[in-house]
Ligand binder design. Structure first.
Ligand SMILES: *Cc1c(COP(=O)(O)O)cnc(C)c1O
Length: 494
């Protein structure tokens, strides 16, 4: 007993600490009071989304958000919520607003919020089957459902990730493992993509240790889709130089314009040359059931033909299924390679080998302990089924098309006809710098703040983007956006 004189002394010290330690378990009355505060606060938040702003201009954040828990006085939950409102909610972008029409929105459906609440409260261990068989089963069932949705065969699996970036990384690491690429071979390996590939693909290639591979940027057509003939001849030329075609990254819905690469043609080329075919469908994947007709009488679904030829795919429920930020998915056919790339064994984990009816997420991703993120999708699917999701997806495509036609009536030039729910457009003034003029239009729209729009640059040309994917975006929002654009042009021209 080196630290204490006697067992009694030790027990005394323990009993002195216990009441303070127990403060972290609020009693029933405290919980009810907090839940009431939360409900009041969140009801008010949701209630004002319709009228409120999607964007608040901001300068420096106030001292409200400083943190010094050693010396700060304790606050009531009501006070904390009030500070969050002032210091956080009324600054910058409001991604919960249906007026969020920039980047790639999603919204954050309430059923998913309940899933997160329960995931945090039950705190089930979704990393390993032995510890959380129900939780792991739920996550794997979601993955099997997503695999079916995308047309992957039975036996495919994957992982629920924090988002598309992690999903793409896991896929690329798995491809590296499946092809058993050794470090000395990396410089001979060729990776094919287009300029429209999301930047997280480049990040993933670097993190996966493949930064020295030969990156081949394949030309795109006028709709920003990969040109399969150009891909084919690039592969031929690489082969003739003794290089090894390794990985093709196609897009099913690019972030810039929503374009879908010709997946069937790409898939066939990959089969012919034995290339790992990865599809980044983080944004667009969930549109692949849409039966809406395109002007050429094909359907939206037709554009996805061939997606199931891919070996792996990234898809983001926090975009196309309208969940709060923090849920992506990677789907992979070659589960063995995925396992090979990520599993581990440790002495202190030996008990886990006793239960292996389901593969464990920890063996298929870099994570061990993780957020039980599947529950936020499970709960809404159980509550609503799939129909309202499909209705939202079709509605978003149609809203984007409506915008595409209407914005032209205001004198704007548009990019290609929107293949999914992104439209690029710009105003070309009769005199002066068009890029600066369009930046000024965005600034005017953001000054109002009811909608948030963002921009991009394609082949040196500045474009404004409209991305419709929040479940809270409806016709009224698009009309407000059009009015703001019209007013902006009017005021900038005078
Ligand atoms: C959003 C997006 C990503 C990145 O996903 P995160 O969830 O933001 O990590 C990757 N690819 C595409 C096409 C995207 O739209």
């Amino acid at each position: 007993m080196p630290d204490f004189e006697s067992t009694d002394e030790l027990l005394k010290a323990i009993s002195q600490l216990e009441p303070q330690a127990r403060q972290l378990e609020p009693d029933r009355h405290q919980r009810s009071a907090w839940l009431m505060d939360l409900q009041q606060n969140t009801d008010a938040f949701i209630g004002t989304l319709d009228q409120g702003k999607a964007y608040h201009r901001f300068n420096d954040l106030e001292s409200i958000l400083h943190l010094h828990p050693e010396t700060d006085p304790c606050q009531s939950l009501a006070q904390v919520l009030d500070d969050l409102k002032k210091g956080m909610l009324q600054k910058g972008l409001n991604p919960a607003s249906g007026g969020h029409l920039g980047y790639i929105p999603g919204g954050g459906i309430y059923g998913g919020v309940l899933g997160d609440y329960l995931a945090a409260l039950y705190n089930q261990y979704a990393g390993i089957y032995y510890g959380g068989p129900g939780a792991v089963k739920i996550e794997n069932e979601i993955l099997r459902w997503l695999n079916r949705w995308m047309g992957y065969p039975d036996g495919s699996l994957g992982n629920l990730t924090s988002g598309g970036s992690m999903a793409n990384l896991i896929a690329i690491v798995t491809a590296r493992e499946a092809f058993e690429i050794k470090s000395k071979e990396i410089a001979q390996c060729c990776i094919y993509l287009t300029q429209q590939a999301h930047h997280c693909i480049h990040k993933a290639i670097r993190i996966a240790g493949l930064g020295e591979a030969q990156l081949r940027t394949i030309p795109t057509d006028h709709r920003f889709k990969m040109n399969p003939e150009a891909l084919h001849s690039q592969i031929e030329s690489d082969c003739s130089m003794g290089l090894k075609p390794f990985l093709l990254v196609g897009s099913a819905g690019t972030t810039d314009t929503g374009a879908i690469d010709p997946l069937e043609a790409l898939g066939e080329i990959c089969q012919k040359y034995r290339i790992w075919f990865h599809v980044d469908a983080a944004y667009g994947g969930f549109f692949n059931k849409s039966q809406l007709k395109n002007p050429d009488q094909t359907t939206v679904q037709d554009s996805f033909k061939g997606i199931s030829l891919s070996d792996s795919m990234a898809i983001d429920p926090h975009k196309g299924l309208f969940l709060s930020y923090g849920l992506g998915a990677v789907l992979i056919k070659d589960v063995k390679a995925m396992y090979q790339a990520h599993y581990y064994r440790a002495a202190y984990m030996q008990d886990t080998l006793h239960a292996q009816e389901e593969l464990s997420p920890a063996d298929l991703s870099p994570e061990l302990t993780k957020h039980f993120r599947g529950l936020r999708l499970w709960i809404p699917l159980k509550l609503y089924g799939i129909k309202p999701f499909l209705a939202n997806l079709d509605e978003k495509i149609l809203l984007c098309r409506y915008f595409y036609w209407e914005v032209q009536k205001l004198g704007f030039e548009t990019g290609p006809y929107p293949e999914t729910s992104v439209c690029i457009y710009r105003y070309v003034p009769s005199a002066g710098d068009a890029n600066a003029f369009n930046q000024a239009i965005i600034d005017k729209v953001l000054d109002d703040g009811r909608v948030f729009i963002s921009s991009t640059t394609l082949d040196g040309t500045f474009w404004i983007r409209l991305a419709v994917l929040s479940f809270r975006t409806h016709l009224q929002t698009i009309k407000i956006c059009l009015t703001l654009l019209e007013n902006a042009v009017k005021s900038l021209k005078t």
